[in-house]
Structures are given as C-alpha cells and as structure tokens.
Design a binder for this molecule. Structure first.
Ligand code: G3I
Length: 346
C-alpha cells in the first residue's frame, strides 16, 4: 500500500469511519473483494442489500448455477437463466463476476458420463460446453459489457496426493482435455482470465506442487492459462504456514493467484475464543494475499453463515463466514479488514 492510501485509512479510522472490505482490498492494490452467492438467496432482501454493498463486495461468483448440470442438463440444451440472474444483479450494481465453472467432475450432467463417449466425441462435447457458456457471457452476446472477468475453467482436477483425479475427462482423454477446454475458453472470450481452481492448495505440498508443474507445462506448450485459484476452504486454527511462500511460487510461474472460495469452519457450538481464533485466521490468510503482488483478489464462499455450504457437508461444523446467520458481522470481519492493512512495526 502506498503511504497516501495508508494515511487515508488512518484518517477514516480517526473519523470513526470503518473502512470496508473491498475499499481496503483496493487500497492494498488488489482488484476486488467478493462473495459467492446462490440463486435461492436472492429472494432474501436484507441478504441482497448487503451482498450488493459495493464497499464490501465488488465481485460475485455464482456458487451453483454456472455448473454443467444446470447449464447443459441434456446434450445441446443450454439453460443460462440462473447464471444470467446473478450476472444481471452484478451488472446493476457495478460488480464483476467470476465464472464457475467449465469443467468439474461434480455437479456434472449425468449424460456426460452415461454416454460413454470416445475421445474425439468427448473433446467436441467439452469444447461445445465451455465455448458456448463463456461466449454467452462475453460482452457482445447478451450483455453489453463483459462482466465476467475470470473463469474457473477447470475445477478440482487433482487428488490431494498430487495425482490426477480419475474423472471421465481424464479417463477418456488423458491430459489433452486441459488443452481443449482452455483453448475453447480463450476463443470464446479472449479478455477473460482463465484459471485452474482447486482446494487444499493453500500451502506447499504434493497437491500444490502438482498444480504448479501442470501450469508450467501448459504455459510451456502455449496453452492459454492465466491464473491459479486457491479455494481456501480452511479449518479453524489450521491455516497452513506456507501460504505466502506458495502463492509467491505460483506467481513466479507467470500467472495470477486468487483466493476463490474462502471460508474457515469450526466445530459447533461457537464460543468467543473460537471467534477470536477465526478472526486471526482470516487476518493471516488475507495478509498472505496482500503480501504477494500477483494475488489479485479474494472471494468468500458466501458471506453469511445463513447460506454457507459447511453445515450441510460437515456434521457438527459451521460458522465459517464473517457474517453470522442474522447477518451480523463477526470478529472475522475485522480480521479481514486488518489483513489488508500493512503489518504494524514492532
Ligand atoms: O438443486 C437441488 C434442489 O433441486 C434440491 O431441492 C436441493 C435439496 O437438497 O438440493 C439442490 O442441490 C444442491 C445444490 O448445492 C444446489 O443448492 C445439492 O444438494 C448440494 O449438494 C449442492 O451443494 C453445492 C456443492 O458445491 C456441491 O458440490 C454447494 O451449494 C456449493 O456451495 C458447493 O460449492 C463447491 C464449489 O463449487 C467447488 N469447491 C468446493 C465448494 C464447496 O463444496
């Protein structure tokens, strides 16, 4: 952060104005702070009021409605309704959108596996799916400006031990699906930043090594890839210690880094001690992004515990987000805010 920006934050503080999350991210030189959102929550007015508060969020990611099962439930039948609803909301509020996702083994339309397609046909299907979706959201088709700034082109292609996940795409095409899907996305929207996205990728380890090796190889072969998305589904008190180092080695490959799905879950019930630990954990993660120039932004995986995916997936766990179920800010909010500020000198 420049001295002038820092002085501005101090000035705001001195006047009792709490600088908000996107404001602070921008002052730290980042492009955005954002939140995921799922369509059913758009019926909740107080929820939408905060979601569209641009001082906190200048970016949205649809958490479900740009996935294959929704976008192309049957071969050749495309349904952009849910994705359009979120992009239009973002457009109205001057927020950018991250597209999620062209290719993922989960929430995949059943016909893709059931068809037992051969290599050539699956390549065509992958191209058709990604090209048509990315093209739909590009500026000159359907939307007057391109609001999708980046795409999670491939999601979760690796196992935690760094081996390739044996999906229908891998089993049928080997590694050539990466080439096809990234080239299709680039052809459809040359301006959007194209990412590979995964979880358990925050610190150094076999999985982040494997992603780094793949990105190096794709770039060497001229396959268009611009970024590594680190999801950031973390556990209270267990933030990896090598995040900054890992982000920097990703950046040194010549790509952007973004934290794309941040949340920090805890075992319930919530206690003041756990909330304080969560505040520190959020601060640690945000400070790592702040410290690496090419970490360009952070998205939390929804902003309120009211709509978090965590309780539905991990029994007895929850409270992972910076706003509670009543849409009240938790200490984690201040953790994010202070993570964007330069460290205090001792
Ligand atoms: O669409 C059906 C609906 O018809 C039905 O009535 C309802 C009843 O449970 O289920 C609905 O489907 C749910 C879907 O979300 C849409 O709400 C699924 O059960 C539920 O499993 C699904 O969960 C999503 C999960 O991905 C599935 O893998 C979460 O909302 C979504 O937040 C989560 O997001 C993923 C990212 O895409 C990738 N990274 C991990 C992240 C967390 O799992």
């Amino acid at each position: 952060m420049q001295f002038g920006s820092f002085a501005l934050v101090l000035l705001l503080g001195a006047h009792g104005v709490v600088a908000q999350l996107d404001v602070l991210a921008k002052l730290a030189g980042k492009q955005y702070f954002g939140s995921a959102v799922d369509n059913p929550a758009l019926a909740d007015k107080p929820y939408v009021r905060q979601l569209t508060n641009r001082l906190d969020f200048s970016q949205l990611t649809p958490s479900n409605t740009m996935k294959w099962e929704t976008i192309q439930p049957q071969r050749g039948v495309f349904n952009f309704t849910g994705g359009d609803e979120i992009v239009k909301l973002a457009q109205r509020n001057g927020q950018k959108v991250r597209g999620h996702t062209c290719l993922w083994h989960s929430q995949l339309a059943p016909w893709v596996e059931a068809g037992k397609f051969d290599n050539a046909t699956l390549h065509e299907i992958i191209h058709d799916h990604c090209y048509k979706m990315v093209r739909h959201y590009r500026g000159d088709v359907g939307f007057d400006v391109s609001w999708i700034v980046s795409w999670d082109v491939v999601n979760e292609a690796f196992e935690d031990d760094g081996t390739f996940r044996k999906t229908v795409f891998y089993n049928t095409t080997g590694l050539t699906y990466f080439d096809t899907v990234f080239r299709s996305a680039r052809a459809a929207d040359p301006k959007a930043k194209l990412y590979i996205n995964d979880y358990n990728l925050e610190g150094l380890g076999p999985k982040s090594d494997a992603v780094a090796a793949l990105v190096k190889d794709l770039k060497a072969r001229g396959v268009p890839i611009d970024g590594i998305g680190v999801q950031g589904h973390l556990i209270l008190g267990r933030v990896p210690t090598t995040i900054k180092e890992n982000f920097q080695r990703f950046a040194d490959l010549g790509v952007e880094v973004a934290i794309t799905e941040l949340d920090i879950r805890m075992e319930l019930p919530v206690t003041p001690e756990k909330l304080e630990q969560q505040r520190k954990d959020y601060e640690t993660v945000i400070a790592a992004c702040r410290a690496v120039k090419k970490c360009i932004g952070v998205t939390i995986w929804d902003y309120t515990d009211k709509y978090s995916w965590v309780p539905g997936w991990f029994e007895g766990e929850g409270a992972a987000l910076p706003w509670d179920e009543d849409l009240k800010k938790k200490p984690a909010y201040n953790g994010i805010a202070s993570g964007w500020l330069p460290p205090r000198r001792a």
